[in-house]
Design a protein around this ligand. Structure first.
Ligand code: PMP
Length: 422
């Protein structure tokens, strides 16, 4: 008997390699918002943000193929590709955010950003939320909520309570912004008192991994003020909300209304080709390069830049940010119209939205949410869940997601919920 695929994975890749779903999917083809498994079954992809402009978009495929057939080297030779891309990318940010460091993963980008904070301030203290994920390098994994590091969290890291819209910090939605800022201020004071000093606050401006709480514009104003008063830098991790996903703006930090010093980008940047970047003010990039002499073998290579450039082309040509806004608003309206006692909050922005399931005492309905995800998969709709208790549906499809796709998603969710009393 030949090995099953799961057995082969365990044998060759080691045990505990995560998969989605109780019965893992074997996906062999993708196109636009659709995926197909090995049995030919078709799924509506409501989850994957990496194929930002749609699975296997022909313009991106062509750009990769043409550049791969011409040249692929590294940034120690001169090449226009990275410069043309950097020029176009920085044109999408506020004045002053003028320089780019290219990398291959969001983890690397955040690692660079944190080291920029150190280089700029000559301090080492980092503040992040207590329910986040910014990546998997030795430094960045110190910020991860899921698995505490061996030996415990490093003493120069402070994790402050993440904001929440169902159970706001301090008990009220109105007071939450100041309570969050007060936690950050206290963390900074501790880092200073313990001799590390304060370098950076890093956060996702949409708090995506925290469960994307519903927060008003201006929510982070008191926090940013506290960081600036302490001489630290603000790092916005745009790996999830960036490139127009939120519909209303190109970047999550624009939506919440802050001006970060450093911005990190990844996942959707090149539609699945491994490309990431850090955008920062010139003096920050200069301090970083001076302190660390950074070189990344694959970062910014001609093929990566061609892929990333092609994504920006498609975003423009197909008006995908406007599409995210219109379809996201429609989907949110339809979600709000669902009638189920477990639905305690419907929230999101653009093509990143979901539902939080809790009982009448606001206890998280974690198992129920998992069952909803499985039932949707059984009906050919792929989505997932997140949040501190994994009781929020996470719906984050490729950007060409249409009104018709939203109807299929919402009709199916209504059917599933009708069969699943709370
Ligand atoms: N930042 C955020 C907010 C993320 O969600 C992730 C990945 N889920 C990362 C960084 C890390 O990106 P990568 O897996 O490309 O290293």
């Amino acid at each position: 008997m030949p090995d099953t695929l799961p057995d082969r994975r365990a044998r060759l890749l080691g045990p505990n390699m995560p998969t989605f779903y109780r019965d893992p999917l074997h996906i062999i083809r993708g196109q636009g918002v659709w995926l197909w498994d090995a049995e030919g079954r078709k799924y509506l992809d409501c989850y994957n943000n990496v194929p930002h402009v749609g699975h296997c978009h022909p313009h991106v495929v062509d750009a990769i193929a043409r550049q791969a057939a011409t040249l692929n080297t590294h940034t120690r030779y001169l090449h226009e590709g990275i410069l043309d891309y950097a020029e176009r990318l920085t044109g999408l940010f506020a004045d002053g955010l003028d320089t780019v460091v290219m990398a291959c993963t969001g983890s690397e980008a955040n690692d660079i950003a944190l080291r920029m904070g150190q280089a700029m301030t000559t301090k080492t203290g980092i503040v992040a939320t207590d329910n986040t994920y910014h990546g998997n390098t030795a430094l960045v994994s110190q910020l991860s909520a899921k698995k505490p590091p061996i030996g415990g969290y490093a003493p120069n890291i402070r994790r402050v309570p993440a904001p929440d819209s169902l159970r706001p910090l301090g008990g009220t939605k109105d007071g939450q912004a100041q309570v969050f800022a007060d936690h950050v201020t206290r963390a900074i004071a501790e880092l200073e008192a313990e001799g590390f000093g304060f370098a950076s606050l890093i956060l996702c401006p949409f708090f995506a991994n925290e469960g994307f709480p519903d927060l008003p514009p201006g929510f982070l104003d008191p926090t940013v003020k506290a960081v600036r008063a302490a001489g630290g830098i603000v790092i916005a991790d745009e790996v999830q909300p960036g490139f127009g996903r939120l519909g209303s703006h190109m970047w999550g930090h624009q939506k919440i209304g802050i001006e970060p010093d450093v911005i990190t980008l990844g996942k959707p940047m090149a539609n699945g080709h491994p490309v990431a970047a850090v955008v920062a003010r010139t003096e920050i990039t200069a301090a970083f390069r001076e302190a660390f002499g950074y070189f990344n073998t694959f970062g910014g290579n001609p093929v990566s830049c061609a892929a990333a450039m092609a994504v920006l082309d498609v975003l423009d040509d197909e008006a995908l940010v406007a599409n995210a806004k219109a379809v996201g608003a429609y989907a949110l309206d339809r979600l709000r119209a669902l009638d189920h006692p477990g639905i305690k909050e419907v929230r999101g922005s653009g093509l990143f939205f979901g539902v939080e399931f809790a009982d009448d005492d606001l206890a998280p309905m974690t198992e129920f949410t998992s069952n909803v995800v499985e039932a949707m998969k059984a009906r050919g709709i792929l989505l997932n869940r997140l949040g501190r208790h994994y009781n929020c549906l996470k719906i984050r499809p490729p950007m060409p997601f249409s009104m018709e796709n939203a109807d299929l998603l919402l009709d199916t969710l209504a059917e599933v919920l009708a069969e699943m009393p709370a």
